[in-house]
Design a protein around this ligand. Structure first.
Ligand SMILES: [Zn+2]
Length: 203
């Protein structure tokens, strides 16, 4: 059974009135659309379909979760999916369109393929910011992507201040800074020793 068959409603045999349908969405749907942002997931789709003489009216709800990359640590992160929407399906042999609210299909089709509608509804319902709950990020990945300590941050800022137009500091400059820092540490150490020796009356 391919993905499209799984999300198809054969409305031709339905009497006028309300009909209920349930579908399950798994990784196969996102693979079928070669989604780069959604890596997997599990959602329940419920469709209430009202069959009228000249149209179908659908109310669809989708609930579950999908796996995406966390914006903060880049590791897999499950975000909830909650969607509710209405779709009207009209019949025409001349148009074969779909604008998100109205879908036109041929009256001879006999069945309604909701694959794209379900996929798009899930994508559109994703939150703008996709991150783990506070404290749920991978600490190793965070350390790799973020500034590790205040000292490092200060060093980066100093580097940026001394270099307009964002030029990077050549490796040799860092070497000089490091040498200067060592020299200062040594001098301070000597000053302390000298200070202590003064009590002995030695010069
Ligand atoms: Zn994270």
């Amino acid at each position: 059974m391919n993905v499209a068959e799984r999300y198809t409603i054969a409305y031709k045999g339905l009497k006028n009135g309300l009909h209920e349908f349930d579908f399950e969405v798994g990784a196969a749907l996102f693979e079928a659309y070669e989604s780069t942002e959604i890596k997997g997931g599990a959602c329940e789709v419920h469709v209430s379909l009202n069959r009228a003489e000249r149209m179908l009216e659908l109310h669809t709800t989708i609930d579950g979760a999908v796996t995406v990359s966390c914006d903060r640590c880049m590791e897999d992160c499950d975000v909830p999916v909650h969607f509710a929407g209405d779709l009207t399906v009209k019949f025409s042999d001349e148009t074969d369109e779909y604008d998100g609210e109205v879908m036109w299909i041929s009256p001879s089709a006999g069945e309604l393929d909701l694959t794209q509608y379900i996929y798009e509804s899930i994508v559109l319902s994703l939150p703008y910011q996709r991150v783990h709950p506070e404290g749920g990020c991978d600490p190793e990945m965070l350390a790799r992507f973020h500034i590790v300590s205040g000292a490092e941050f200060a060093a980066i800022e100093a580097r940026a201040d001394g270099n307009p137009a964002g030029r990077s500091v050549p490796e040799s400059e860092w070497g000089k800074l490091e040498a200067l820092r060592e020299q200062l540490t040594r001098e301070v150490g000597e000053a302390v020793r000298t200070d202590g020796s003064n009590h002995d009356g030695r010069k």
